[in-house]
Write a protein of this length. Sequence first.
Length: 274
Amino acid sequence: MNFRESKEGSYTKKSIVRVFDVNHDSKEKLFNQLKKNIKFKAGADFTVSSTKKIRIRQITYSSDSCFCHVTIYNPKESVSITPASKGISKDLIDVDNYDTCHYFMLISKNHIRVIFQISYTWPELKLKQFLEQLGIYVEPTPVLDSQVVSSLQDEGFKALHINTTIHSSKVPSKDNIISRIAKKVPKVGDKGVYGNIRITGKGNPEIANSIEQAPSLWVNELNGDFYIETKKGNKITGDKIKLHKIYYTLPYGSKTITPVSANDMLSHFKANVL
């Protein structure tokens, strides 16, 4: 077994398994779409921009699931280094095929269980961008932890806290609750939004009911730094409400893990969590 469920010995590399759902309005399962997709093959390279490529490193099928190792890389990158005390003083070296993100996926039905390494931000966008290279256009959404959702419903909603910063006077084109607030208040839109926005359930029963009964709608829209405060004073962060599990494995280099370790953790998650 190439992982532990708590840090011990040489198993020090923290890995978080997250799970996303797709094809909510389609009868065809993502697993089946991938299996018949001619672009979905090991070694396939996709050019996203002049500084970004995506490569499928490995694909392995089992009876009902597919393990896939993907990297995002820059074909040519100038990397800053500290020169040796003696000798060449150059502090930039050119690196070919410089990896900026590794992700390991275990896909079955419409579920994508995934571990990100090197870069962890905007997981939904990374998955969406990869699938678009295959001609599959979906909106990955995080699966919520049913126990956390139940505690929110039992304790009741008190307030929603959103930590945000919109530096530009131009409101972002992405339509979400923050951009809509900025658009409704011209001065806010002109100056930008900074700090903490607090939306209370008191006087806003529709919002309170929506967050309690359909929290996934809000989690999907607020994919930044936010937390929900319950009437009992408990704080439910965005990361906590999304279904996930932390594992520890052996590091591979300084920034990533091996595909074998990733597959073991994802398979354990599939068998024991979802």
